[in-house]
Ligand binder design. Sequence first.
Ligand code: 5RP
Length: 219
Amino acid sequence: MKKRCALRALDLIEDGMTIGLGGGSTISFLISFIRDTQRAVQIVTPSYATASLCAKAGLTVIPTHLVPQIDLAFDGCDEVDQSLNALKSGGAIHTKEKIIASLAKEYILLVDESKVFQDLRFDVPVALEVIPEARLYVANEVKKLGAEVVERNSSAKDGITMSDNGNLIIDAYFQPTPKLKDLNTQLKQIVGVVETSLFYQIATKMIVATETTTKIIER
Ligand code: 5RP
């Protein structure tokens, strides 16, 4: 399913384009297809693993800060709903993923059908990238919104583990499922939260693969 999804994504890519690539196994397939078909594209990515795979495949990777606009950006996710709202919590690189999504004319999620739900289930937490000094403040504010809060890798000896940007990752577990619009606003208003892994009304399309087909859903 992931290969079929990546092949459908490849169809959208034209020579000369600047392409955003996120992280994960479906993106890895897409990288190998771009290499095999020798598409003349330049890549930007929020993921060190993806940058490394692209470099090994001989693809041109350029730093995001040099790019004024991206033609198409592709990314995986952990959960997505029918309105294309998504949770992208596992990788903890959501701030850079959102920057690439914002630069992109189209931000396209690549998923197999097991990740698509009528409404987000919140089986994964909302990951918050947090300025270290604000860790206890943010944790308390998020608890007030009804979440259970776990600092990622808090079992590490010093209790502090940095994100790529030198910040902390705090996982907020919400049950029952909160209202997305309110949650998005409330979390972003907390001082010290850099970004959240809730991608509310950001994706413009998704390619969904089943055992036999792929379909493109637009927002
Ligand atoms: C992590 C993500 C990844 O993009 C996603 O998990 C990748 O999925 P897959 O390996 O199935 O392509 O959003 O938060």
